[in-house]
Design a protein around this ligand. Structure first.
Ligand SMILES: NC(=O)c1ccc[n+]([C@@H]2O[C@H](COP(=O)([O-])OP(=O)(O)OC[C@H]3O[C@@H](n4cnc5c(N)ncnc54)[C@H](OP(=O)(O)O)[C@@H]3O)[C@@H](O)[C@H]2O)c1
Length: 251
């Protein structure tokens, strides 16, 4: 793909925030490269956006390398949305396997892919600008009982993001962390291993954010003038004050 086509790479594009962001960026004129494991879902998003679906398993360095090799040689925007939570166990009872998967996906996977795509982002930076968007979380700076595995991974992602901002100083590469509170996507269904009732209870009695709300935050950040860097956007439902303070209506 040549330097005149505006390009975005979106991970986690098979569902939720990644999918909504891919649609929003395509509507804004970007050619989108879409990464995730569920290729049937990715193909649907590719059809909707005119983009390209490429298999990505974020815990597998070989898959990350193959994904990066399939991306355009010049990338304007990288949105790291692939990620999620597994379980709500205490630190005392938490499963090593769940913690390892969360850390591999939410931290190492993001770091590896960003590292692999930096040359392509630099090429775009040399032409105009480039932009990396990290899907962090309010769990990246707050904690809650049962959130130790997920929260520690998002704290780590936040540390990686802030480090990268220092290391990229002097280059035309912008870097934004979006930190949402409760967004109703497939996030809780995966967290609770497909238990829909338990997932629904997370949002019961309140009005959660939807994936499109976060996609609009991404669009806002990437559409600022080239000299403006939006460091962070923290966005929650009006019904949520912190990770633990949530207002639920009766009935
Ligand atoms: N929903 C919330 O309340 C919330 C709040 C704060 C932050 N976030 C963050 O926002 C991001 C997106 O979450 P979401 O709410 O959109 O959840 P979602 O609907 O479950 O989407 C998660 C996406 O990540 C992909 N993914 C997960 N593990 C992967 C892996 N190992 N390799 C490749 N892709 C993987 C999934 O694709 P496949 O399963 O097809 O691979 C899916 O496309 C995550 O980083 C999450 O931590 C969510």
């Amino acid at each position: 793909m040549g330097g005149s086509t505006r390009t975005a790479v979106v991970t986690g594009a098979s569902s939720g925030i990644g999918r909504a962001t891919a649609v929003a960026l395509a509507n804004a004129g970007y050619h989108v490269t879409l990464g995730a494991r569920r290729e049937d879902r990715l193909r649907e998003v590719a059809t909707e956006t005119g983009g390209r679906a490429v298999y990505l398993a974020a815990v597998d360095p070989k898959s990350i390398a193959a994904f990066a090799a399939a991306c355009p040689s010049t990338i304007d925007i990288l949105v790291n949305s692939a990620g999620g939570a597994l379980g709500l166990d205490s630190v005392e009872t938490g499963s090593d396997d769940d913690w390892i998967r969360m850390w591999e996906t939410n931290v190492l996977g993001v770091a590896r892919l960003t590292r692999a795509l930096l040359p392509a982002l630099r090429r775009s930076g040399a032409l105009r600008w480039a932009h990396i968007v990290m899907l962090g979380s309010t769990a990246g700076f707050e904690t809650y009982p049962g959130g130790g595995g997920y929260s520690s991974s998002k704290h780590a992602l936040r540390a990686v993001t802030r480090t990268l901002r220092l290391e990229l100083l002097g280059e035309p590469i912008r870097l934004t962390e979006i930190a949402p509170g409760l967004v109703e996507t497939e996030f809780s269904i995966h967290r609770f291993a497909g238990d829909k009732n338990r997932a629904d209870s997370v949002y019961r009695g309140l009005t959660p954010l939807v994936a499109e709300d976060i996609a609009q935050c991404v669009l806002f950040a990437v559409s600022r003038p080239a000299h403006v860097n939006i460091d962070e956007i923290v966005v929650r439902p009006v019904d949520q004050a912190t990770s633990t303070a949530v207002h639920r209506r009766e009935g």
